[in-house]
Structures are given as structure tokens and as C-alpha cells.
Write a protein that binds this ligand. Structure first.
Ligand code: ADP
Ligand code: ADP
Length: 217
């Protein structure tokens, strides 16, 4: 589903964030990206989502070469990717339901009734049923992360990517969040999770791509 061919990424200013990476992620696979802060995990996720382009090499998503696509085409592909960002991007002036509905409203492809129904299903899947009308500020850190995950999966994406989804959470909550990603994987979604804490990945037996200073080790 995802193929990196000799990919390097140098940010403006000359910082080499990724150096000559090649790897594949199969459809239906769950995979972890591990490495210290600054190793290049977020950059890989941004390349997969087409948010940033490689400086060298090719990133393929389902045969498409991402660098060759128009913004329109990329936008279309991105509707099939659920993204859990590191910085949450929660809208704090809207309740849980409105936050989760947002991607559906933006896509314009759903009636209000349909969007509501889908949002409720996603909220239920992440264990936030009953919190639909809660304002995000009243949620715990773990619940806020669940809200982000509900919003990422509300479109029923074929690919789910998450950047440090368990950062800032106590260990038990962090493990719950990993368990939640595992449940989406079991339901058939391809899942890529970046985290610096490898002990959270130990129990699953999934592949771990380990990064060190922009290289795959
Ligand atoms: P990680 O997610 O593993 O913490 P990142 O992919 O965020 O790593 O960053 C990899 C390297 O690239 C770091 O040294 C970081 O400072 C640098 N970097 C990330 N984004 C930018 C940017 N927009 N401009 C310049 N350097 C960046
Ligand atoms: P900045 O750090 O410059 O404020 P952001 O972190 O808001 O930028 O966004 C980084 C990139 O991610 C941008 O190219 C933006 O268009 C893209 N982006 C933001 N939100 C989403 C989303 N929900 N889905 C896909 N791409 C997004």
C-alpha cells in the first residue's frame, strides 16, 4: 500500500531529516515507527499523507507517485487517510459531536443526518459514547486523544496514521490507546503509529521501523 524508494527529505535551511529510506507497508498491516524525538517519524507520516514532498526518491501510495499528483487528486486520496496529529487540532469552541462531524461536513459528501449517524458510530467505537455534547476542555487527556481518533476514523479510512498518539498520557491510558489502534487494524484498516516509547509496542508482534537521525536502522 505504501512504498518508500530511496527517499530523502531535506527541509529548507538544509537540515536532512530523512536519509535514503526504502521500505514497504502492506495493505492491512499495522506497523510502528520508533525513534527518539527528531529521528524523522513525523516527516515519514507527512510524506505518507502527501502533506510534504520528498527531496529525493519516490513515495508511492497504492501505486500513485505522491509527488506527481495535483492538489485536487491528493485531496481526494487524503479523504481515505485518517490522521491523528501530534498537536490534536481539536476545536475547543465546539462539542465532541461537532468536532467528529467536521471532516464529513468539510467533505460535503454527506447529508447532515448521515454525518450525525456516522459521527455517533465513530464516537461509540472509541469509547466516548455519552460524551457527544461535552466540550473538549472537560475531557481528560486520554478522552481528548480518543476524540482525535474518532475524528480520524469517521470517514472510514483505509489507512490510519498517528503521530505520538499516546504522548503525555499515563502508561495505562497509553496502552488503551494502542489497544484502540489495534482494534481498527483487526477490523481491516492499515495502521501506522509513530511513538518514541517502544515498550508500548512490545506486546503486539507488529513490525517496528526504527529510525535514528533520519536513517532506518
Ligand atoms: P520526530 O517526529 O521523530 O520527532 P521529525 O520528523 O519531526 O522527527 O523531525 C526530523 C528532523 O527534521 C528534526 O531534526 C526536526 O527538527 C527537523 N524538522 C522537522 N520539521 C521541520 C521543518 N518544517 N523545518 C525544518 N526542520 C524540520
Ligand atoms: P503549520 O505547522 O504550518 O501551522 P499545520 O500543522 O496546521 O501547519 O499543518 C501542516 C500540514 O498539514 C499543512 O499542509 C496542512 O494543510 C495539513 N493538514 C492540516 N490538517 C489536515 C487534515 N485534517 N488533513 C490533512 N492535512 C491536514
Amino acid at each position: 500500500m505504501i512504498k518508500f524508494e530511496q527517499v530523502s527529505k531535506t527541509y529548507p535551511g538544509g537540515h536532512a531529516a530523512l536519509k535514503n529510506l526504502s521500505f514497504k507497508i502492506d495493505k492491512g498491516e499495522m506497523i510502528f515507527l520508533a525513534g527518539h524525538s527528531g529521528a524523522g517519524k513525523s516527516t515519514i507520516l507527512k510524506l505518507i499523507a502527501g502533506i510534504t514532498k520528498p527531496s529525493e526518491g519516490v513515495v508511492r501510495l497504492n501505486q500513485h507517485v505522491l509527488g506527481d499528483l495535483s492538489d485536487n487528486h491528493l485531496g481526494f486520496l487524503r479523504q481515505h487517510i485518517g490522521i491523528v496529529f501530534q498537536d490534536h487540532k481539536i476545536l475547543f469552541d465546539r462539542d465532541v459531536l461537532a468536532n467528529v462531524m467536521l471532516p464529513l461536513v468539510i467533505s460535503g459528501a454527506y447529508s447532515k443526518k448521515d454525518a450525525l449517524k456516522r459521527a455517533r458510530v465513530a464516537i461509540d467505537k472509541v469509547g466516548l459514547a455519552g460524551k457527544e455534547t461535552a466540550m473538549p476542555v472537560t475531557l481528560s487527556g486520554g478522552e481528548q486523544q480518543r476524540l482525535c481518533i474518532a475524528r480520524a476514523v469517521v470517514n472510514q479510512p483505509t489507512l490510519l496514521i498517528a503521530d505520538e498518539p499516546s504522548a503525555n498520557l499515563d502508561r495505562a491510558y497509553a496502552l488503551d490507546i494502542m489497544e484502540l489502534f489495534s482494534s481498527f487494524h483487526k477490523a481491516g484498516t492499515t495502521v501506522v503509529v509513530a511513538a518514541h516509547d517502544e515498550t508500548l509496542m512490545a506486546d503486539y508482534g507488529h513490525r517496528i521501523l526504527r529510525l535514528q537521525q533520519g536513517r532506518l536502522i
